[in-house]
Design a protein. Structure first.
Length: 255
């Protein structure tokens, strides 16, 4: 039976070292820890970097795990499992909020809607499972971009078109929005994707506390917002409670 391929074994060892040690490690640290010549370690790191599995900090020259590795790590969670875990909680959220509920995951350069609960009234509505929402303007997209490095890269590096007069398109303003989302634990969309429509969303985490999706509500501005134009506090709380409940079902524990 053939033995292991040495270069692959060394690459795996480097990835484990970066995953288990400090956030960033220099070339000397990596080569000495694994007993590799600097030239050998550098060649492997360069290949891993080209594939997106490792990133190099431009200021310090140190290495860390890359976004592509995080994307592969998250792939264990099947979308159908996420939807199944969220069914009861999203139904409860629709009833308590009186608004439509959306469950979304990162897909290419946008948010794929994998579950949609209709607003609990007699109005005519269209099922939007399979629809895409933008990363840069929707509440679901902002949450994913704030918590998921891969989603952040997609939103930061691609064009951010102005969908309404309120869409934030400049880089500095967009990064400020993401920082606010990380600080608060939720994101909003106040007529930035569709005029007259407001949304609020929160992240769903797995057992490793990695973002695997987002859940949110969407409705008319006059129903979702207060008189001062901000999202109603009770709706923010309801969305966050739903996200926490689904996350706990996925093994994230209390947070």
């Amino acid at each position: 039976m053939p033995g292991p391929i040495q270069s692959l074994a060394r690459a795996a060892a480097i990835l484990r070292l970066l995953a288990g040690g400090e956030r960033r490690l220099g070339l000397s640290d990596i080569s000495s820890s694994l007993g590799l010549a600097k030239g050998t370690a550098h060649g492997i790191l360069r290949t891993l970097q080209q594939e997106g599995f490792v990133e190099q900090d431009t200021a310090s020259g140190k290495y860390q795990l890359g976004a592509e590795l995080l994307r592969l790590g998250n792939s264990y969670l099947d979308v159908h499992e996420l939807r199944a875990r969220a069914l009861v909680w999203t139904d409860d959220l629709a009833r308590s909020s009186g608004e439509a509920v959306y469950l979304g995951v990162l897909h290419q350069s946008g948010v794929l809607i994998v579950h949609h609960v209709f607003r609990p009234d007699d109005s005519r509505q269209v099922l939007e499972v399979g629809a895409m929402q933008p990363l840069h303007s929707s509440a679901l997209g902002k949450v994913l971009a704030a918590y998921d490095p891969v989603a952040h890269s997609e939103a930061a590096e691609n064009e951010r078109p102005a969908l309404t007069p309120r869409t934030i398109t400049d880089t500095a303003g967009f990064e400020d929005v993401l920082e606010l989302a990380r600080t608060r634990g939720w994101a909003s969309d106040l007529e930035e994707t569709w005029e007259g429509v407001a949304s609020v969303a929160a992240p769903i985490l797995d057992r490793r506390r990695m973002p695997v999706g987002a859940v949110g509500i969407t409705g008319a501005v006059e129903r979702v917002c207060q008189e001062d134009g901000e999202i109603q506090a009770r709706l923010v709380a309801a969305v966050r409670d739903c996200a926490r409940a689904v996350s706990r079902d996925l093994g994230a524990g209390r947070f």
